[in-house]
Structure formats: structure tokens, C-alpha cells
Write a protein that binds this ligand. Structure first.
Ligand code: F0G
Length: 460
């Protein structure tokens, strides 16, 4: 019998799909064919896919029923009004603009408000957000507190922005800052939440200077759940009211519905400023579609509306966060170090600690993703030197990010506790004999978001 009690899934399974089963020899060939980049693997060859929690949720019977009810009218579809009402009920902003996913919302927003002198602070920008900002030749600035970069600091709100740093930054560069963002939960910093108190302070700083403040709200429900569990005074609040309060401090949000709206595709922008919304809608129509569908089908809008209700079910959120924490406790047992505490949607393994024989320029994080697939058909994602490494323009040498992580992102309502045991055992077996894992060299890389398509080689 295992000592660690698994969380009980608060659902039963009505439809199943087989897992990809392969031999080690097949996986070796698959890796070679994919240029040692797990993004290049055919998904049906993956046994447990922890690449992302984005767009990978299992939808409920009610969401599937909603799909059948989708109104596919070009303009003014009934499904749009249902979606708009659901977003307004949870987020509280007047205007709701659908987009095909989160980065489309980011593109529409940044295309409209940034120029090449703009600076955009956040706690830590996610990679697509950063890329969308940099594509406008503007600069994305991370102002998370020091704890965000300390994987051992077991603190409740490591997603917080350092408000002292924010004030100093705005004193110096305020005129160049058209928007301040806050990512909840802070994905690139370990899926860690931001406290209500921090949100309130960031908001006050921005309001005083009349700078719009937006959330990157992909995982708002997980953030609200952590506020309920960890922040004094919110124990008796419903997560819906906590979410409402969080949003009441902001001027708007970008949202990838592929996370906390429990759907496979979708996103939106929501805000109060009608003048800004009019400009955003112009950009939307050029790139995404008419304002009542924005790159989505009517059936997608139905599924999002239903998903936004289900994600605020506290039995679901309790299980969701407990499942991630459960994997964390299994990894503790297997002596695999990770960012503490466990995140809301993922565990972030400290790859350089698991593979201490590999220096940063041999990309231990990337090497660990290759090893995990080879070992057990598990797919994870590197968040380290490949994803965030930058060439120093003067010396041409690579500058590495503070942390070298491999993220095990848990799709929502998809895998069971026994799948988590399988994952922990595979990682434990790699960690017991790290020297079997080879370093990595980049052979080919594109200029933006290189981790998606770069090709690699294993080196001794
Ligand atoms: N913001 C955050 C914090 C994200 O995590 C993501 C996506 C996006 C924005 C963009 O949303 O994918 O709908 O365009 N994160 C995924 C991930 C890809 O794996 O963490 P999108």
C-alpha cells in the first residue's frame, strides 16, 4: 500500500481513448526523427502527455451538449450572447471580445496599444506574451519578487509582483508604460498564485498614475482557489466572489480559455474602456473575425460559457490542486527536486539538480525532456535555457534564465492518480542514474519562440 493518499477524482469517466504504447527502440527513432524536440513527436506515440495543460482538458457531458446547441450565425449568434453573459458574470467587465486563443487576444491588444518605445511590466510574462510584445519592438519587463526565483522558498504567493520595483520602474519610465500586466497564476514562475493584497497594491499604483492594469487571466480560478486556501480572511468566500474581487481591481484581461475555461480552443479580451474596445475590434476584424465570433465557432462559445461555470466548482478546484500536489509528494518520495510549493497546474522539476553533470550550455532541462520520453513515453516541456536563453548581442554568448526547469503540466480532468504514480516512477528512475542522460546541442533555430521548432543533437 502507498503511504500517500491519492486525491479522489470528482467525476466518473464516460468516454476513453487509448494511450500511445511504444517500445524504447521506437522512442529512440521517434526522438531522432523529431530532431530531439518533443514538440515534433506525433501525439499518438506519447503515453502520458504533460506538454501542456492548455487546450487539453476533458470536456464535461454538459459542455458536449452545449456543442450541439451552438448557433453558427455569422453575426449575433445566440451562442455569443450566452458566452458574453458567462464572461461578464465571472469577470465583471462590460465588453467581451472573443479570440481564437490567448495569444490572439495578446496580439490584438499589443498591436493596438504598443509602439517601439513601450515597456510592459508584469510579474513574469509568459513566452507568447513576451513574443507578442517583442514583435512590436517593445520590451517586456518582469518584476516578480525575489521569491519567484528561489525554488526552495516554500511561500504561499510566489507569483506576487514586487510592488517596490514596480513603483521605482514607473517613477523612471512611467510615460513609456501603456499597460501593466499581472499573470495569474504565474506560469513561467512555477504556476504560483498572486495574493489579493498584491493585486490590490498593483492596482492602486496603476490607478494613481492612470496606467491601465490588465490580467493575463488564463488560470484565474486556480489563483482564486489558492487565495481561498492561503490568504487570511478569504476562507469563507466562494471562489466566484474571490475571482470577482480580483478582477474588480483591474481594467481588463486577456484570457486563454484553453486553461481555466476547460475547453480545447478559445480565448477573449474583456475590458471596460469603450474607446479602447473600438480600436481592438478593428484589429480583431482584420485578423480574427467579426466581433461576435472572433475566430471561434458558435459551438466553441457554448463550451466556454459552460466551462467558466464548471471551473469555479470548489470540489473540482480542490481535486485539481490536490492532484498536482499529489504528484509533488510522489516526487518528494522519489528524491526529484521541484519548485516549492507545487503549482496550480503543474510541477516544475529542477532539471539542473536532477542532472548535475550537465552544465547550462548543455541544456539539462531539454535533455531531461528527451530522457523522460525515452524512458517512459512521457512528454514534458522545458522552461529553461532553450525557451528563455538569449544571445548577448555584444559577445554572442548565451545568457541563461535564472531557473532551468522542466514542467509537468497536468491536463484538467484527463489523467488519474495512477498515471501520476507512473510519471513519478519514471522520473525517479532517471534521477537515480542521471549520468545516463546526454547533453544537448542546438543544430537549427528560428528567431522567435525557438523551442517550438528548433532541432537538436545529443552530445557527450
Ligand atoms: N498566458 C499564459 C500565462 C499562458 O500560459 C499562455 C499559454 C498564454 C498566455 C497564451 O495562450 O496558448 O491560448 O495562445 N500557455 C500554454 C502553456 C501554451 O503551455 O503554458 P494560448
Amino acid at each position: 500500500m502507498r503511504m500517500i493518499p491519492p486525491p479522489v477524482e470528482p467525476f466518473r469517466i464516460k468516454m476513453v481513448e487509448p494511450l500511445g504504447r511504444t517500445t524504447r527502440r521506437e522512442r529512440d527513432k521517434l526522438l531522432r526523427d523529431a530532431g530531439f524536440n518533443v514538440f515534433g513527436l506525433p501525439a499518438e506515440k506519447v503515453m502520458i502527455d504533460l506538454l501542456t495543460d492548455s487546450g487539453t482538458s476533458a470536456m464535461s457531458d454538459r459542455q458536449w451538449a452545449g456543442i450541439m446547441m451552438g448557433d453558427e450565425s455569422y453575426a449575433g449568434a445566440r451562442s455569443f450572447y450566452r458566452f458574453e453573459k458567462a464572461v461578464r458574470d465571472v469577470f465583471g467587465f462590460d465588453i467581451v471580445i472573443p479570440t481564437h486563443q490567448g495569444r490572439a487576444a495578446e496580439r490584438v491588444l499589443f498591436e493596438t496599444i504598443l509602439d517601439k518605445n513601450s515597456l510592459v511590466p508584469s510579474n513574469i510574462h509568459f513566452d507568447t506574451t513576451r513574443a507578442n510584445i517583442e514583435f512590436r519592438k517593445a520590451k517586456a519587463v518582469d518584476l516578480a519578487g525575489a521569491a519567484a526565483y528561489d525554488p526552495e522558498a516554500d511561500l504561499p504567493f510566489k507569483g506576487n509582483m514586487d510592488t517596490g520595483k514596480l513603483e521605482a520602474f514607473l517613477d523612471k519610465y512611467g510615460r513609456r508604460v501603456p499597460i501593466v500586466m499581472l499573470t495569474v497564476t504565474n506560469n513561467s514562475g512555477g504556476g504560483q498564485p498572486v495574493s489579493m493584497a498584491n493585486i490590490e497594491r498593483v492596482s492602486a499604483i496603476c490607478r494613481r498614475r492612470k496606467i491601465p492594469f490588465f490580467f493575463d487571466a488564463c488560470r484565474f480560478a486556480e489563483n482564486a482557489w489558492f487565495v481561498k486556501c492561503r490568504e487570511k480572511g478569504y476562507e469563507r468566500w466562494s471562489v466566484r466572489d474571490i475571482a470577482k474581487k480580483m478582477f474588480s481591481f483591474a481594467d481588463g484581461a486577456t484570457m486563454s480559455a484553453k486553461k481555466d475555461a476547460l475547453v480545447n480552443m478559445g480565448g477573449f479580451l474583456t475590458l471596460n474602456d469603450p474607446a479602447l474596445a473600438a480600436r481592438l475590434k478593428n484589429s480583431l476584424i482584420i485578423g480574427e473575425g467579426f466581433v461576435t465570433y472572433g475566430g471561434l465557432s458558435g459551438r466553441d462559445l457554448e463550451a466556454i460559457a459552460q466551462g467558466l461555470t464548471e471551473v469555479l466548482d470548489e470540489a473540482y478546484l480542490e481535486y485539481r490542486t490536490a492532484q498536482v500536489a499529489y504528484l509533488g509528494r510522489l516526487l518528494d518520495e522519489a528524491c526529484v527536486p521541484y519548485v516549492k510549493p507545487a503549482g496550480g497546474h503543474a510541477i516544475y522539476v529542477l532539471a539542473d539538480k536532477v542532472l548535475p553533470h550537465l552544465p547550462r550550455d548543455k541544456y539539462p532541462g531539454w535533455a531531461l525532456t528527451v530522457a523522460l520520453f525515452r524512458e517512459a513515453g512521457i512528454r514534458a516541456v522545458e522552461i529553461g535555457g532553450v525557451m528563455f536563453g538569449r544571445k548577448d548581442p555584444k559577445t554572442g554568448r548565451e545568457i541563461f534564465p535564472a531557473l532551468e526547469l522542466v514542467r509537468l503540466a497536468i491536463p484538467r480532468r484527463v489523467y488519474t492518480a495512477s498515471h501520476m504514480i507512473f510519471v513519478a516512477e519514471a522520473l525517479g528512475s532517471i534521477a537515480r542514474k542521471p549520468e545516463r542522460v546526454k547533453g544537448i546541442r542546438i543544430v537549427e533555430e528560428p528567431p522567435f519562440l525557438r523551442h517550438f521548432t528548433a532541432r537538436f543533437e545529443e552530445i557527450d
